[in-house]
Write a protein that binds this ligand. Structure first.
Ligand SMILES: Cc1ncc(COP(=O)(O)O)c(C=O)c1O
Length: 355
């Protein structure tokens, strides 16, 4: 039998109950009816940007942020307006100013274990941004892709604090249940829900009932909480091995924020590093590294790479620093060898494009 367009009612209820867990007393949490099941939150993002923003319209977006959100917004013809974000989230005054300057109707952000930095907004920042979004009559599009990938902090989704439909929430099970079960949820209320559902119906009609039932079966198992606790421990071990390995073998790099959740380390390279050359060289030595430029909606603010510690076995994670340190050393010495004699370091550096 075909699933309802919005999803399997029991799975909708599960996602709603998860959002309700984050609701303080006095806030009415979303209901099962507000949940739309989607085949991965990536396609949910596309629908939200198409249905609620539209071509030529501005969207505030953290910088750096998830490359897939940048791509989905660009595909929808949306105009991106970057807002600098940091260890505890963006400065709420910057968010307010950006709304005022652009008339944007939405802000896409990841308050919990952001991709790429693994940081979490402070509770004060979350409350202040929600107030701004409400006052501006706008939406916060909250990406909660790493809800189940906590390491040192617990997730605090802002959707739980929203009882008037200003938060459009995305929660994915891809990483915690299985990449083979591409099941996620969008939570939206009122007319926003109807518009997103209409876009979903036009695109895919409904998500396979078999996949939804399988996902529900996994998250309803008594062992689910134990699985998440085990995952937390494994992620902590791998993150710490990678940090230690970088500290020992690649002291040239700088990790601005130790991630409190997620799968990634966001690593700053020495100024002037040829990031794409480094990525290529690491790859030939068996280390897959992502160039940081993909996480910036506009110009990168410096030379960064993203290292994933979630998907490798711990011994390979520990070896990553050695490869990276070695490649950085090789690049630095070949840059020195190529430097014409008699020139100062400063004059050569000035010719190297900043990435
Ligand atoms: C922030 C963010 N949103 C969405 C996604 C896509 O998730 P899904 O597999 O549910 O499409 C990812 C994948 O890594 C992500 O990092």
């Amino acid at each position: 039998m075909r699933s309802p367009a919005a999803g399997l009612p029991e799975l909708q209820a599960w996602f709603a109950s998860q959002a309700a867990d984050a609701a303080p007393v006095g806030v009415s949490p979303p209901s099962a009816r507000d949940v739309l099941i989607v085949a991965g939150s990536q396609s949910g993002l596309s629908s939200i940007f198409r249905a609620l923003i539209g071509p030529g319209q501005p969207l505030l977006i953290e910088s750096p942020t998830y490359w897939g959100a940048i791509l989905a917004a660009e595909q929808a013809g949306v105009t991106l307006v970057p807002v600098l974000t940091g260890a505890y989230g963006p400065d709420p005054d910057d968010v307010d100013r950006a709304f005022a300057a652009t008339g944007a109707r939405a802000f896409y952000a990841q308050p919990t274990f952001a991709n790429p930095t693994g940081t979490q907004w402070s509770a004060d920042t979350g409350a202040a941004v929600l107030d701004i979004v409400r006052a501006r009559g706008a939406f916060l599009v909250e990406g909660d892709w790493a809800h189940d990938l906590a390491i040192d902090a617990d997730p605090r989704p802002l959707v739980g604090h929203d009882d008037d439909g200003h938060v459009i929430y995305l929660r994915s099970l891809t990483k915690s249940v299985s990449p083979a079960l591409r099941v996620a949820a969008v939570i939206a209320r009122g007319p926003a829900r109807e518009r997103i559902l209409a876009d979903r119906a036009a695109e895919t009609m409904y998500v396979s009932g078999v996949l939804q039932a399988a996902a529900l079966d996994v998250v309803s198992q008594p062992g689910w909480s134990a699985h998440l606790r085990g995952l937390r421990q494994q992620l902590r071990v791998r993150r710490d091995l990678l940090l230690e390995s970088l500290g020992t073998h690649a002291p040239q790099v700088h990790v601005e924020h130790v991630p409190v959740g997620g799968l990634n380390l966001w690593v700053r390279l020495p100024d002037g590093t040829d990031v794409h050359g480094l990525v290529r060289e690491c790859e030939t030595r068996g280390l897959l590294v992502a160039p940081g430029s993909e996480w910036f909606p506009t110009e990168p603010s410096g030379p960064f790479i993203r290292l994933n510690f979630g998907s490798e076995n711990p011994s390979r994670v520990a070896a990553a620093g050695e490869v990276l340190g070695d490649v950085l050393g090789t690049l630095a010495s070949s840059a020195c060898a190529a430097r014409p004699s008699g020139r100062t370091r400063r004059s050569v550096r000035a010719r190297v494009p900043r990435l």
